[in-house]
Design a binder for this molecule. Structure first.
Ligand SMILES: Nc1nc2c(c(=O)[nH]1)N[C@H]1C(S)=C(S)[C@@H](COP(=O)(O)O)O[C@H]1N2
Ligand SMILES: [Mo]
Length: 251
């Protein structure tokens, strides 16, 4: 981890602390509990204040698209399963969708395109302090969730990736169902009208309009619906969250 990333992370956590302090004050005021609901956890109250589930990320025009879409983190998964798919230009790729769903299934990129196909130009912000704007083609995650039928007890969508990080730990991420069903949450197979390059997560990666870079899982292998992510990885909902990053990474 670079010093800059560590610094930004501390700054972000400091900012989150201020928000939390403010939130406590609100919830202790006379109108707070009525507005926020005393049964909700602190994180969810902060999340609701920062980004109501209806809020949209800004969308940009073609002229704003960055000349180069910078890549970060893994840029070439070494896993044998991934290398075998890459050797055949991902023709054999199938996304698995399972867990708390009525109809567990596997989907090819063409199956995803048949479910839903849209395009959006959004900005990607990494905690290291850089941003790039790209045009993504993909399928609304909510269309996939409707296709498989989410069971009532499911609360989170977990994205399992092909790439292993240090000590062979696979990258993973998670979203709650509100963020997963947001109209700007895509499973993207295209970047700037080309298939997503390997460096940016081919053949399928997540694009969440309102969340920081590390939430944008690349190289998605499997999507799992769960009630809790406590038993996945170190239990904090994502590879970087297990290293201390905030699970809620709203921007
Ligand atoms: N599978 C996987 N997804 C990942 C990462 C990674 O290393 N592996 N890095 C994350 C981080 S920190 C960022 S900023 C973005 C980078 O996406 P990009 O390479 O398309 O810029 O991917 C995120 N998703
Ligand atoms: Mo990042």
């Amino acid at each position: 981890m670079t010093d800059r990333r560590g610094f930004l992370r501390m700054t972000m956590m400091g900012a989150a602390g201020l928000v939390l302090a403010g939130c406590d004050r609100i919830s202790q005021s006379s109108w707070g509990p009525k507005v926020l609901g005393s049964a909700e956890g602190l994180n969810r109250r902060v999340q609701a204040l920062l980004a109501p589930s209806s809020a949209m990320a800004r969308e940009y025009s073609e002229a704003d698209i960055s000349a180069v879409f910078r890549a970060n983190g893994t840029t070439m998964p070494r896993a044998a399963a991934y290398q075998a798919l890459l050797a055949n230009q991902f023709r054999d790729y199938r996304l698995s969708v399972d867990g708390l769903v009525a109809r567990p299934t596997t989907l090819s990129i063409d199956d995803l395109k048949a479910l839903d196909l849209r395009s959006q130009i959004t900005r990607h912000d990494c905690v290291e302090g850089w941003s790039v704007i790209g045009k993504w083609q993909g399928t609304l995650l909510s269309a996939v969730l409707d296709h498989v039928g989410v069971e009532p007890q499911a609360r989170y969508v977990v994205f399992h990736c092909f790439d292993n990080m240090g000590l062979g730990t696979p990258y993973y991420e998670s979203l709650d169902l509100d963020e997963a069903r947001h109209p700007q949450t895509l499973l993207a197979y295209g970047l700037n009208d080309q298939p997503v390059p390997v460096a940016n997560g081919a053949p399928l990666r997540l694009r969440v309009g309102r969340q920081l870079g590390y939430k944008q899982a690349k190289y998605i292998r499997r999507i799992e619906l769960v009630e809790s992510f406590a038993t996945i990885g170190e239990g904090h909902g994502g590879y970087w969250e297990d290293q201390g990053y905030e699970w809620y990474a709203g921007i």
